[in-house]
Design a binder for this molecule. Structure first.
Ligand code: GDP
Length: 485
């Protein structure tokens, strides 16, 4: 029942600094991974103008398996889903690439160079062939973003630590995020090929952070590897399999599928494309699904080798076509036998999402107001609230990082929401509720969104060239400034 500072920040749509500052005035020195008890979290939230109800504890609140009672008779073991975490430059991407290259047979590799969000490999373990599924978006940001949305997709975290660099800030963060999620950790001490690498020193440092290697009597498997030479990758995979076995991961393949959206974007030619991780049941071509607030009938299904397939079983990820809109990473999906019921559920969710976003916007307004009034005393600060929608996640990130580089001494840019996909009515509602401008980049405006924007007087700006977007935003920011004295 503890909450890390960063988690609280996400929940309150507040900045981590704001929370750390508030804690400081309460006499608590905290960093972003520090955990707070519920009572402290509640006090901070109330200072920021947010009412808090602490729900009663649910048993087994966080579990990967999306299992019902009826599934219990039909359980079969399923492969582990693994996320690679660790400090920047310690070799997360290299390790993912190297495992993929060495383990995926040549002939199969046809489509696998394309990024789909997840891939699986075969592992020989105790004379049996087992599978391991890797989410190929490395880094705990993705992991954390998913968790913040209530999704739990990772069964095992592989913590990469460079043997020549040791435990670094993001290593510590990754450890606390994995621990907070209750996910077992396997450590890959990487770059053992490098001169000056010192795996024992790394183990020592990890011990100071609560991860004690098995060979020293602890519980954390640690394997020295090299992503470059491929040394010990098999050992690492075996270790992952072993941990998976202890976890007794299972699911019921004989039912309609459910799981989580791990990636989604709007493809110009193919329409909304989503990568779904099946967590229970079997997903089939032609299935009627609801993913977050989106509805659809699966028109095509492509596996991680780029092959068209007709079914996907638990722990496997597939790219699907046929959704009417782009869901968000972290959205849960469910298959329904009854198409009408599915439509109704999608509509209801969409309505619910709108209210919860409005609440969030209202909260964030209150949260910012206190911050703004404080800062106003120091020197009149104004904010420009933005909602960003773009064709793909890559564009969203590019726009966000370019915006962050604009001078913001006098006006601050605040991005309330940023995601790939078209501009929807929900975006317009959020903009109206929070006084934000909507930026659409290389994307379209849903027809009902256009009507809503006209009615609610929301400014939706569409661009297809990034410097033009930046130019105009900067101009707008300067237009908002007080005239120079
Ligand atoms: P990430 O930021 O954690 O994804 O790290 P990258 O995979 O991008 O690797 C960062 C740098 O370390 C790159 O220059 C890699 O070539 C290098 N690197 C990664 N793994 C190894 C390794 O096992 N041995 C050596 N010598 N270099 C490595």
């Amino acid at each position: 029942d503890n909450l890390a500072v960063w988690e609280l920040a996400e929940m309150l749509v507040a900045s981590e600094t704001e929370i750390i500052k508030n804690l400081f005035f309460k006499g608590i020195a905290a960093n972003i991974t520090q955990t707070l008890d519920m009572e402290t979290a509640r006090l901070v939230a109330e200072d920021l103008g947010v009412e808090v109800e602490i729900p009663e504890k649910k048993s087994g609140a966080e579990k990967t398996e999306m299992l019902d009672n009826e599934d219990l008779e039909n359980l079969q073991s399923r492969p582990p889903v693994v996320t690679i975490m660790g400090h920047v430059d310690h070799g997360k991407t290299s390790l993912l690439d190297s495992i993929r290259q060495t383990k995926v047979a040549e002939g199969e590799a046809g489509g696998i160079t394309q990024h789909t969000g997840a891939y699986h490999v075969d592992v020989e373990h105790e004379g049996e062939t087992k599978q391991v599924v890797f989410l190929d978006t490395p880094g705990h940001e993705a992991f954390t973003a998913m968790r913040a949305r209530g999704a739990k997709v990772t069964d095992i975290a592989v913590l990469v630590v460079a043997a020549d660099d040791g435990v670094q800030p993001q290593t510590q963060e990754a450890i606390s995020h994995a621990k907070a999620a209750g996910v077992p950790i396997v450590v890959a001490i990487n770059k053992i090929d490098k001169e000056g690498s010192n795996p024992d020193r790394v183990k020592q440092e990890l011990t100071e952070h609560g991860l004690v290697p098995e060979e020293w009597g602890g519980e954390t498997p640690m394997v020295g590897v090299s992503a470059i030479t491929g040394e010990n990758l098999d050992e690492l995979l075996e270790m992952i399999s072993l941990v998976a076995e202890l976890e007794e991961l299972s699911a019921n393949p004989d039912r309609l599928a459910r799981g989580t959206v791990i990636e989604a974007n709007l493809d110009r030619a193919r329409g909304p494309v989503a990568t779904l991780l099946v967590q229970n049941g079997t997903l089939r071509l032609g299935d009627v699904i609801v993913a977050g607030p989106c509805f659809g009938k699966i028109r095509a299904m492509i596996d991680d080798r780029g092959q068209r397939v007709e079914a996907a079983s638990p722990s496997f990820a597939v790219e699907i076509l046929g959704l009417s809109e782009v869901p968000s990473a972290g959205d849960e999906f469910d298959v329904y036998a009854d198409e009408r019921q599915a439509r109704a559920i999608a509509e209801e969710r969409s309505e619910q999402m709108r209210t919860s976003r409005l609440q969030r916007a209202a909260n964030s307004r209150r949260v910012t107001l206190s911050g703004v009034s404080e800062q106003a005393q120091e020197g009149e600060l104004k904010e420009l609230n933005l909602i960003i929608k773009a064709d793909v996640q890559g564009s969203v990130e590019a726009i966000q990082s370019s915006l962050a580089q604009l001078p913001q001494d006098e006006v601050q840019i605040r991005v309330l929401f940023a995601a790939p996909g078209e501009v929807t009515e929900t975006d317009v509602d959020l903009a109206a509720a929070s006084g934000a401008v909507i930026i659409g980049f290389n994307t379209t405006l849903a027809s009902n969104a256009k009507t809503a924007a006209d009615q609610e007087g929301v400014d939706v700006r569409e661009y297809d060239i990034i410097y033009k977007l930046l130019d105009e935003i900067q101009g707008a920011m300067e237009g908002l400034l007080d005239p120079e004295e």
